[in-house]
Write a protein that binds this ligand. Structure first.
Ligand SMILES: [Zn+2]
Length: 243
């Protein structure tokens, strides 16, 4: 929207400049912008002012967040995670390191990816399908970091095994957003929104938890079961709906 307005205003900029050669370019552009915004109406003004970000929806496959203490035990003292590839949220990344996750009945998932950077507590996020395969019943749906009273698991790395007393969850669907995005949608941290995936009938998820942080980029995270349920890979349209 911003780019369209500037393109449409380019003729006007040269006209104004010819009439008032003493005025500097920034001042002229500011005046023209104001005129164009007025002509385009209140909707265009709101869009231009709010700078809405492009909504990105990504599925998180099962993964582990790891504390430094657990990383030391699994990969050796002082181990540093190696970057495999960066994720959409700045600073977070897929690590080269993977572990074997062992569930309550001795069933296991190999090659469980670790995501960096390290955190204060280890946590494993998976879909219900993963939990069924592992033999974990009643996998709780929690927001990241809220792991009190959740199931534990054994995790095996090349240098050792760690018993997590708790920390296995299905992550509640959530939207990362900056304060500017939150203002655009008219929501606050901890609010709940809806997510519509696909046009026509589509699929609408009713509980998307809003997480606001200045470092966040606008992105909804859902798990692989949720992504498959709404055929996310085929969706041409996604929409966050205001409460
Ligand atoms: Zn997330």
């Amino acid at each position: 929207m911003k780019e369209n307005i500037l393109q449409q205003s380019s003729v006007s900029v040269s006209m104004v400049r010819e009439m008032t050669p003493q005025v500097n370019r920034a001042a002229v552009e500011s005046i023209v912008r104001e005129i164009v915004l007025k002509r385009l109406g209140p909707c265009a003004q709101k869009d231009a002012a709010a700078h809405p970000s492009r909504l990105v929806v990504n599925a998180s496959a099962r993964h582990m967040h790891v504390s430094q203490a657990d990383l030391d035990a699994l990969f050796g003292p002082g181990h540093q995670l190696k970057l495999l590839h960066p994720l959409y949220q700045q600073g977070s990344f897929s690590a080269e390191e993977t572990v074997v996750l062992i569930g309550p009945r001795g069933r296991s998932i190999s090659n469980l990816r670790i995501l960096g950077p390290v955190r204060s507590a280890s946590q494993i996020e998976m879909a219900f399908t993963d939990a069924v395969a592992l033999g974990i019943e009643n996998l709780p749906i929690r927001l990241s970091g809220d792991i009190e009273g959740t199931p534990g698991a054994f995790v095996m790395g090349p240098q050792g095994v760690v018993e997590l007393k708790q920390g296995v969850i299905r992550a509640a669907m959530h939207a990362h957003m900056s304060p500017a995005d939150a203002e655009f949608y008219g929501v606050r941290h901890r609010d709940v929104m809806k997510l519509k995936v696909g046009d026509g009938t589509g699929v609408t998820f009713d509980r998307v938890h809003v997480r606001v942080d200045p470092a966040f980029r606008l992105e909804v995270h859902l798990d692989t079961d949720e992504a498959n349920a709404c055929a996310l890979h085929l969706a041409k349209q996604v929409e966050l709906l205001k409460p």
